[in-house]
Design a protein around this ligand. Structure first.
Ligand SMILES: Cc1cc2nc3c(=O)[nH]c(=O)nc-3n(C[C@H](O)[C@H](O)[C@H](O)COP(=O)(O)O)c2cc1C
Length: 232
């Protein structure tokens, strides 16, 4: 049985589909489509969106909307009809700037009425917002997976604040090595496709499969040697 079907993918990379995040989003999206999902991809770098001005009009006036009349208004309509929000981004210490603006502007979709759950202040999406799950897809250039922690925490924290399930993140350190034509890389890309299918079929991603996708593609000294050679 199909679980949730309408997925909105936000690819925060300014390099859009030509970047490494776009490269691993491709099999993920293929997997979701093959499993029957309706997938739409959007790029904050293409959006005509202004930074949040912080007057909290969306929370404190009666109109419950963001007063900034720009490209985000169209995104609000799309997000209201979204079941699963997939936040994809490269690590840019920590986020590409337009991705950060996009996330700030999501505030307008939240109902400001607070609850206190397990020692943390939480809110919820407004009643007219369908999003019930959020996932991440994060790429980095350096060796260790810890490079991706901050971005994952930002995505997870947003899901927690909005009181929806964070179903995990595809974490791919040194993504650039994944472009080499090797058997291992093919297996990883196939696994990413399989994770896409899982998202649509069960609304979850298998932890073992996520670990497989994140595996090191070489040793740290080897990668450092390659990077330093490129940058010398
Ligand atoms: C401004 C900037 C900061 C970056 N910081 C990090 C970092 O702290 N750790 C890391 O692993 N990669 C870092 N990277 C590398 C990118 O995260 C990596 O190349 C990523 O896969 C690029 O994805 P894209 O091609 O989709 O934009 C940085 C890249 C840029 C441009």
């Amino acid at each position: 049985m199909t679980y949730l079907v309408k997925v909105t993918v936000i690819n925060g990379s300014p390099r859009k589909q030509k970047g490494y995040s776009g490269f691993i989003l491709k099999p993920f999206i293929n997997g979701m489509k093959k499993a029957g999902g309706t997938i739409n991809v959007y790029y904050p770098s293409e959006m005509k969106i202004k930074p949040c001005i912080g007057n909290l009009d969306c929370w404190e006036s009666g109109n419950k909307e963001c007063i900034i009349n720009d490209g985000m208004q169209e995104m609000y309509s799309i997000l209201k009809e979204t079941d699963i929000l997939a936040l994809a981004s490269p690590v840019y210490i920590p986020l590409p700037s337009k991705m950060q603006i996009f996330i700030n502007r999501l505030c307008a979709l939240l109902n400001p009425k607070t609850k206190f759950i397990k020692g943390r202040t939480r809110v919820s999406f407004r009643e007219n917002v369908k999003i019930s799950k959020i996932l991440g897809l994060i790429t980095g250039g350096w060796w260790e997976i810890e490079n991706l922690d901050t971005v994952q925490t930002i995505f997870k924290e947003f899901a927690n604040i909005a009181s929806v399930e964070f179903i995990g993140a595809i974490l791919r350190p040194h993504t650039w090595l994944l472009k080499e034509n090797t058997q291992k890389n093919k297996e990883i890309l196939d696994k990413i496709e399989s994770l896409g299918k899982q998202v649509i079929k069960s609304g979850q991603m298998d932890k073992k499969d996520l670990d497989f996708v994140s595996q090191p593609l070489t040793t740290e000294p080897e990668l450092r040697k390659m990077l330093n050679k490129m940058h010398s």
